[in-house]
Design a protein around this ligand. Structure first.
Ligand SMILES: Nc1ncnc2c1ncn2[C@@H]1O[C@H](COP(=O)(O)OP(=O)(O)OP(=O)(O)O)[C@@H](O)[C@H]1O
Ligand SMILES: [Mg+2]
Length: 256
């Protein structure tokens, strides 16, 4: 059975940055493969007319753990938008791949009801500038509240401790936005894209460092119920301290 994404309690992850080539499809497809391999029911929704994620899915062998694909870039006049964007009802994690250059209306549509927003960034000065702009739009146009802790950055194609990475970290630190993973520049990601797989499906000795980072992203994404509860508690602290304390107790005891 298919359902509209907003009607469920699913982990709706949006991967965006209007800067072309920063790694949106790479992150979306590698996370989808990681979740599918782990046994989590995953779907990938592609808003990009280039259809990179859908093409990746078509290259994926039938023997691989399945991932449901939705070509959101195809707009039909015969059906309502929410009908077109339905996902299988058993879906646990929905990964949304977005296009480069996205207007304000699309930004609002894409991020609505999201549990997490990932912004992949290449650490060159031009890319950092574009990422700052993207984050500003998310906060001001899409009205993402930083206190909701749903926004995180992935530094892509980078080496640790470079000047550009340090600059990006200082900028994000000032906004309280975390960098949750650093993906190195490696042909493993290029090869995986060609084969319709994720790095987690390649020989482990070659991809250990890459899979560790994908796992770090997934761990952060999986913690969305706790993040949401913590942010609800933080908002409630000023208004109703007793409610806030009860929510915090639930967070600390690990229930959702
Ligand atoms: N960490 C990496 N190491 C090496 N190559 C990478 C890495 N990340 C991405 N690439 C390669 O860079 C290119 C652009 O990546 P990708 O398609 O994921 O970017 P994108 O943000 O989706 O681009 P677009 O905006 O055009 O949709 C691809 O060829 C991809 O294989
Ligand atoms: Mg892409």
């Amino acid at each position: 059975m298919l359902m509209a994404p907003q009607e469920s309690n699913l982990n709706k992850v949006v991967i965006l940055n209007p800067k072309g080539g920063c790694g949106k499809s790479t992150v979306a497809t590698n996370l989808a493969a990681y979740y599918a391999k782990r046994g989590t029911v995953a779907a990938i929704m592609d808003y990009d007319l280039q259809g990179s994620s859908m093409a990746w899915l078509e290259r994926r062998g039938a023997e691989r753990p399945p991932i449901h694909g939705i070509a959101a870039y195809k707009k039909s006049m015969q059906a309502t938008r929410s009908w077109q964007l339905r996902v299988p009802s058993e879906t646990e994690t929905l990964l949304i791949d977005s296009p480069a250059s996205i207007d304000h209306d699309d930004l609002r549509e894409l991020t609505r009801d999201s549990t997490s927003i990932l912004v992949p960034v290449l650490p060159s000065p031009i890319d950092i500038h574009a990422a700052s702009r993207c984050i500003a739009d998310l906060l001001l146009v899409a009205k993402v509240d930083r206190r909701d802790r749903k926004l995180a950055v992935i530094a892509n194609r980078t080496r640790k401790n470079t000047k550009s990475l340090n600059k990006l970290m200082r900028f994000l630190d000032s906004l309280g936005i975390p960098i949750i993973a650093v993906l190195r520049d490696t042909q493993n990601f290029v090869r995986a894209a060609e084969l319709g797989i994720g790095v987690c499906e390649m020989p482990p000795s070659r991809v250990k460092a890459d899979v560790e980072q994908i796992e770090k992203i997934a761990n952060w994404l999986d913690a969305w119920p706790e993040r949401r509860l913590e942010s609800t508690a933080a908002t409630a602290i000023n208004k109703r301290p007793s409610l806030a304390q009860s929510i915090l107790r639930r967070v600390q005891s690990g229930s959702s």
